[in-house]
Design a protein around this ligand. Sequence first.
Ligand code: NAI
Ligand code: MG
Length: 365
Amino acid sequence: SNPSLLILPGDGIGPEVMAEVRKIIDWFGAKRGLAFDVSEDLVGGAAYDAHGTPLHDDTMARALAVDAVLLGAVGGPKYDNLDFSVKPERGLLRLRKEMDLFSNLRPAQCFDALADFSSLKKDVVAGLDIMIVRELTSGVYFGEPRGIFEEGNERVGVNTQRYTESEIARVAKSAFELAMRRGKKLCSMEKANVMESGILWREVVIEVGKDYPEVELSHMYADNGAMQLVRWPKQFDVIVTDNLFGDLLSDCAAMLTGSLGMLPSASLGAPMANGRPKALYEPVHGSAPDIAGQAKANPIACILSFAMALRYSFDQGAEAARLEAAIQQVLADGVRTADLMGPEGGVPVTTSGMGDAIVKALDAS
Ligand code: NAI
Ligand code: MG
């Protein structure tokens, strides 16, 4: 049977960018014989409007049954005053939690035609292609005890950085596997100089690394890592780090490459029966209510998220590279949604104009 893909367009520009991904999926089916069993369902505000919950139990069950989930974005002003328990983002959080997606992949890839968009010098970012792997389900955002407590005559805010060996080992393994498919170079970032969890992190990463003798492993204190990322990011291939440091470092790395409309992500869990990890792919951006309904959204982040699905869930690395090359070509031709329009100008297109241009570049590939 065909590999299965559940599409959850969500809210705001989510459905607009997902419509362009559908064109790409159709192209791979028609022209490359890559057929997927695609189903579509509601998440976020759209699910709340239909069912009174941001993620229906049936949708959750389907997400657990498919080979990969592709999500647009959730949220919007219409839902801002809802009770916390039914807010749109709770739908996404439930997906991540029940799929147990502990490994968050955030690529920072610079498309040459957009190198001027970077906040850094062109030669620092041109050709950049690195990947940050962030632990997503543990660490200081979840550790107990947590809370605001009375202590003497004042209050104290408490969070606990806590990692078990197995939590470190599984995300490290996922980073080593990734490094094996890429440049075979992995840099682990923690603060073993001042944190116990950092000492354990380093020990466990070294231990897991014994199974990957081909991968060149290095370690860096995370504060130095932040400096090195903006000084000379091309020294890295894959970076693995914890939840808190990964949150900061991946946002920092994202801005090396320019627009939010260009950034994909993947969140991976434990291997399924077919050996591939449970997986949710989504653009980094949100539902962008300020431009929703105006045909202005850049669909590339969502299309690149599908390229990641091709690579990591469907073992179609060559087809993923074909799609990325088509995007590279379209950008080199100067095709620009509004968010990519720089001082040199370009050929302005709508959301669907960008999707059509990418399909045309695929035809020519
Ligand atoms: P946002 O990412 O939706 O928008 C930030 C800015 O970037 C806006 O000016 C927007 O127009 C622009 N932008 C974002 N994606 C773009 C694209 N593909 N093409 C062109 N321009 C793009 O973040 P914001 O404004 O903070 O949040 C808006 C809503 O989205 C909120 O309800 C928030 O909770 C939700 N959100 C959802 C996320 C998700 O579904 N994973 C992630 C972040 C925010
Ligand atoms: Mg963040």
